[in-house]
Design a protein around this ligand. Structure first.
Ligand code: HEM
Length: 451
């Protein structure tokens, strides 16, 4: 990768302003950014005359990337050009240290520490890979059978309770108390800004209840009681980790946040979208009905794959990924533009906007239309939901991309093939913090198909 955009014009300064770090501005900005990101970003875009790379202050001074060309550069860049911040944060969102106790989990690490945590989880996933399907059948398929009796299943909560026992069993062969895991998942992050007063206010307002902290300690104990823990501790020692509590908490984080949390959070808008877009749902069911799992792998169902990519395009999670410039460089953008980036600038892929870039997703970019990926398969390379781009040079990006895609297909495929339900009154909109409002939207009238 070169630092210059080649034939593009001479670089221009990034437009916009970082604004002030004085209270109450960072508080107002971060609340707007996190709770109504569509309106917040549109307003900023207007201020800079529609430029899709601009400075703003969504809690902290940031350069927002809202076009696909810049985001592709961002995800492909080597670590010596763009690196994660060396603090345990996702830009203006931070994990609750009461729950993670500063453990060195991969997604919150950079540099050497990242290499070590990532090495550990990559090796564990490799060792347990062949047990995924049997664990899925034992836990998830059995779990689904309980849903018709409930009749009404809140989507995110339902999948948290289905996937939490699955992931802990898959990687560790243990099952913590599921209420403890759901409590942990629901309180794991809070907002962060560069205003000390705002952060103090957030600390008072966004408190982690004592029972969630106690639950976190119980989950960690259960992980340490796993008969696999000593094997993983051996692996961790090879990566340079000696503190057993730190390693146990890394495992809790990967299971509860990356895996069960990531999958459930992404299934909330996915299942809502499938429920509402009845034509796409009918076509997906027709493909699943004609499918013989004995003969064809679920990965070979083209329409299911297209629905997955359309969900990843419209409802990427997390929505924002941050990296810091380690030297000056020129950032390519849409319309042949190029921006001058300076060492120390914090850049953020605003992935929902990146995935609605009309210069790339030309046909109806704001609407749910899986067919676009069948008509133009190359579009898949423009979807960066896993913090990853084809031919990337950096060492970041989701460690579980391929099992996560497979699990999404298994879960959605099984649901659509075997059950019917309705989702009423749900609204999918960029302004909703969870993509969907209300956040506790449920599948109603859930029953066995043809029952
Ligand atoms: C089996 C399920 C999953 C596993 C095992 C998994 C594992 C991980 C791990 C270990 C990381 C940290 C990677 C690193 O820092 O090097 C990570 C990052 C990430 N994951 Fe996943 N994940 C799963 C599911 C998901 C899902 C469902 C999504 C989104 C739909 C997702 C999106 C991401 C993103 C965006 C990152 C951050 C990448 C970056 O900062 O560059 N993951 N995942």
């Amino acid at each position: 990768m070169t630092d210059t955009p080649g034939k593009q014009g001479s670089p221009i300064p990034v437009p916009g302003s970082y604004g002030t770090s004085f209270f109450p501005m960072p508080m107002l900005e971060v609340i707007g950014f996190l709770t109504k990101t569509g309106d917040y970003t549109e307003k900023q875009l207007k201020k800079v005359g529609g430029a899709t790379v601009f400075k703003a202050h969504p809690g902290i001074p940031t350069i927002l990337l809202c076009n696909n060309v810049s985001a592709e550069f961002f995800f492909k860049a080597p670590n010596d050009l763009l690196e994660r911040e060396d603090v345990q944060r996702f830009g203006p969102v931070e994990p609750q240290q009461k729950l993670i106790k500063h453990c060195n989990t991969a997604i919150l690490s950079s540099g050497e520490m990242h290499t070590r945590s990532r090495g550990l989880i990559d090796e564990i996933l490799r060792r347990r890979g062949n047990l995924m399907m049997s664990t899925f059948e034992r836990i998830c398929l059995e779990g689904f059978k309980q849903w018709p009796a409930q009749g009404k299943v809140p989507i995110e909560d339902g999948f948290q309770r289905l996937t939490a026992p699955f992931v802990f069993q898959w990687l560790l062969g243990v099952t913590p108390n599921i209420d403890d895991v759901v409590g942990w998942q629901n309180k794991i992050v809070g907002p962060y800004t560069d205003s000390g007063l705002t952060n103090l206010m957030f600390k008072l307002l966004v408190r982690v209840p004592g029972k969630v902290v106690a639950g976190s300690e119980r989950i960690t104990e259960v992980v340490r009681s796993s008969s696999l823990f000593s094997e993983y501790m051996e692996l961790a020692r090879k990566q340079g980790f000696t503190d057993e509590d730190n390693v146990a908490r890394q495992l809790v984080f990967v299971c509860a946040f990356n895996m069960s949390g990531g999958i459930s959070r992404f299934l909330l808008p996915s299942v809502t979208a499938i429920s509402i877009n009845t034509d796409a749902r009918a076509r997906m069911i027709a493909e699943l009905d004609a499918w013989d799992p004995e003969k064809t792998d679920i990965n070979d169902l083209p329409y299911l794959e297209a629905v997955l990519f359309e969900c990843m395009r419209l409802y990427p999670w997390p929505r924002f990924i941050h990296k810091k410039a380690h030297r000056d460089f020129v950032l390519p953008a849409d319309n042949g533009l190029a921006y001058q980036i300076h060492k120390g600038d914090l850049l953020m892929s605003h992935t929902p906007f990146v995935h609605r870039d009309a210069t790339v997703f030309k046909n109806d970019p704001l609407n749910f239309r899986p067919q676009r990926f069948i008509d133009e398969p190359g579009l898949k390379d423009k979807v960066f939901t896993f913090g990853w781009a084809r031919n990337q040079a950096g060492s970041y990006g989701c460690a579980g991309r391929s099992p996560a895609e497979y699990l999404w297909k298994l879960l959605v495929g099984h649901l659509a093939r075997n059950y019917t339900w309705e989702v009423r009154g749900a609204n999918l909109n960029l302004n909703n913090t969870l993509d969907v409002s209300p956040g506790d939207v449920a599948m109603e009238g859930f029953k066995q198909r043809n029952a």
